[in-house]
Design a protein around this ligand. Structure first.
Ligand SMILES: [Zn+2]
Length: 260
């Protein structure tokens, strides 16, 4: 055994976990896994500088665990995103009547079905722009408390702006769902292709139609306070393969380069 082998063996013996967790990332991020054979996966594959990468969304709810992709383990590291406490004085929006509760269940099925959309007629270059000018009022990943009781984490980005502020498409796409829902209020989903979708909640106005193709930067609606809210804001969700990812990371400049 030469010196280098001896050092490698010692590192392996004293720190095996780090070696096993060679691939890792934070919840809500996208992991770019270099691939040779493009036929092996239904995940989004994108070419950067001549190399192919499979884009893997890292689920928030798998923190501290590994996910397996093409026989590779990717560790999702733990991260503290902080907490957010909101008060909703209209208790009928918190403790639902059976009618409202059935409506919410019905609507969540409609939304879930749309989230499953995987179209191949478009492909994003991941050059997203922020859909609305405003102040970020709640970030991705925060532990949520409504009237002091714990709720599901906030896996979206809230951007606060006055009612009527323009919302534009962050990337080209096609509108696949428009609705007026109990929690989300006036709502829409845009499909950007290959499992990349964005959704928009609490709008006051929607300026596009279902199935309409839209350009990046095109106005799609206006900020409002419909559904369950404490004030006017856009609740913006970004999905990749049905996993809610961190919208703030995708709007940064040179996003794809940043994940290599
Ligand atoms: Zn929100």
């Amino acid at each position: 055994m030469n010196k280098i082998h001896a050092i490698a063996l010692i590192v392996f013996l004293i720190n095996p976990l780090n070696i096993l967790a060679e691939l890792s990332g934070y919840p809500g991020e996208i992991y770019a896994l270099k691939v040779e054979n493009q036929e092996i996966s239904s995940n989004l594959i994108i070419k950067i500088d001549g190399d192919s990468y499979e884009l893997i969304p890292l689920p928030f709810n798998k923190q501290g665990k590994t996910i397996k992709v093409n026989d590779r383990d990717i560790l999702i590291k733990e991260k503290d995103f902080g907490e957010s406490r909101i008060t909703i004085t209209n208790t009928s929006m918190v403790n639902l009547s059976s009618e409202d509760s059935q409506r919410a269940i019905r609507e969540s099925k409609i939304i879930k079905k749309a989230i499953n959309t995987y179209s191949r007629d478009m492909k994003s270059d991941f050059n997203f722009i922020k859909p609305v000018k405003g102040i970020i009022s709640s970030q991705y990943g925060k532990r949520r408390y409504i009237n002091d009781s714990p709720r599901s984490p906030h896996l979206a980005l809230d951007i606060a702006a006055v009612s009527g502020t323009d919302i534009v498409a962050p990337e080209k796409g096609r509108v696949i769902l428009i609705g007026n829902f109990f929690y989300a209020g006036k709502y829409m989903i845009i499909d950007h292709g290959h499992g990349l979708l964005t959704s928009y909640s609490h709008l006051s106005m929607i300026n596009v139609n279902e199935n309409q193709f839209i350009e990046k930067g095109q106005k799609v609606g206006e900020v409002g306070s419909t559904g369950r809210v404490t004030g006017p804001h856009l609740h913006w969700t970004v999905y990749l393969n049905k996993i809610r990812i961190n919208p703030e990371s995708i709007i940064q400049d040179n996003f794809l380069q940043s994940i290599l």
